[in-house]
Design a protein around this ligand. Structure first.
Ligand code: SF4
Ligand code: SF4
Length: 277
């Protein structure tokens, strides 16, 4: 079973839910797909080792053969190539490695090169196998790193911490998942961002439920939204000073609050029943 923990925006407690659930149920893979700002490892007692670099296959131009005809530039949907005043310009950050330009070049002037955009790290803590992707600073494309990260899913139960938002990296994280936990806070902002995440999960046809983090702050707008939309609230994490203190110290709260560990295990079992039947 593959569960993705997502939210419409950052800072709602996605990582808290992913890490604490993994530690509560054990014997799972925990995958940090928030490759621009991975932070699950901050709560885990795990030595991390690099598994591999993530490289994009990008074009390499043979300027002795190129006639500057501009055909590759016209074909590229991402404006990564331009021919200006008889010079060919290549913008690697814009290249999506789609592989089209070598196919259209009439001179055979485009070969294949590689560009590193990130890396995959691995670690273990207890019965949890942990992977994280790290996007290099300044690189705009998170999706290939997440795709590479997901290649390490082994078939064991897995919990994926998705990036915030509702754009391509989130969709890549959600693809192929059995269930999505949407984490929000009980405020008007939380309700609005939740509605975006709900829309995405529905479009992708992935079953989902809501976890309200810091329950007790704000107002009832998330509850009212979920009731209107017929959405299950599968867990509430109270606005508890002990949880806030443990978080600030980098300690997963289920390590010290036994009742919370049981709550996560119950929710995991409930999701399994819904997914597997
Ligand atoms: S299509 Fe080939 S020959 Fe034409 S500009 Fe591009 S690389 Fe040069
Ligand atoms: S590989 Fe695709 S995205 Fe990259 S430069 Fe060529 S056509 Fe453009």
């Amino acid at each position: 079973m593959r569960i993705v923990v997502a939210s419409g925006k950052g800072g709602t407690g996605k990582t808290t839910v992913a890490v604490n659930m993994a530690l509560s149920v054990g014997n799972v893979q925990l995958i940090d797909c928030d490759v621009e700002e991975p932070n699950c490892h901050l709560f885990l007692d795990a030595e991390l080792e690099k598994v591999r670099d993530v490289n994009l296959r990008v074009p390499r131009f043979d300027m002795d053969v190129c006639t500057r005809c501009g055909i590759c530039s016209e074909a590229c949907h991402f404006n990564a190539i331009a021919v200006v005043k008889g010079e060919l310009l290549f913008f690697p950050e814009l290249c999506h490695a789609c592989g089209l330009c070598p196919l259209v070049c009439p001179e055979g002037a485009i070969g294949e090169g590689e560009r590193k955009i990130g890396r995959i790290d691995r670690g273990e803590t207890g019965s949890i196998e942990f992977y994280r992707g790290v996007l290099d600073v300044g690189e705009p494309m998170a999706t290939p790193v997440i795709r590479e990260l997901k290649a390490h899913l082994s078939g064991r139960d897995a919990i994926l911490d998705a990036p915030p938002g509702a754009s391509c990296p989130v969709i890549e994280s959600l693809q192929g998942s059995d269930y999505c936990i949407l984490v929000t806070e009980p405020t008007p902002f939380g309700a609005y961002d939740l509605s975006i995440a709900v829309d995405l999960a529905r479009r992708l046809g992935i079953p989902f439920g809501v976890v309200i983090n810091r329950d007790g702050i704000g107002d009832a707008c998330v509850d009212e939204y979920c009731e209107r939309e017929g959405i299950d609230i599968i867990m509430r994490i109270p606005n508890d000073a002990r949880i806030a203190r443990l978080y600030s110290e980098g300690i997963p709260f289920v390590n010290e609050l036994r009742e919370r560990k049981e709550d996560f295990a119950r929710v995991f079992d409930r999701i399994r029943k819904e997914v597997v039947g």
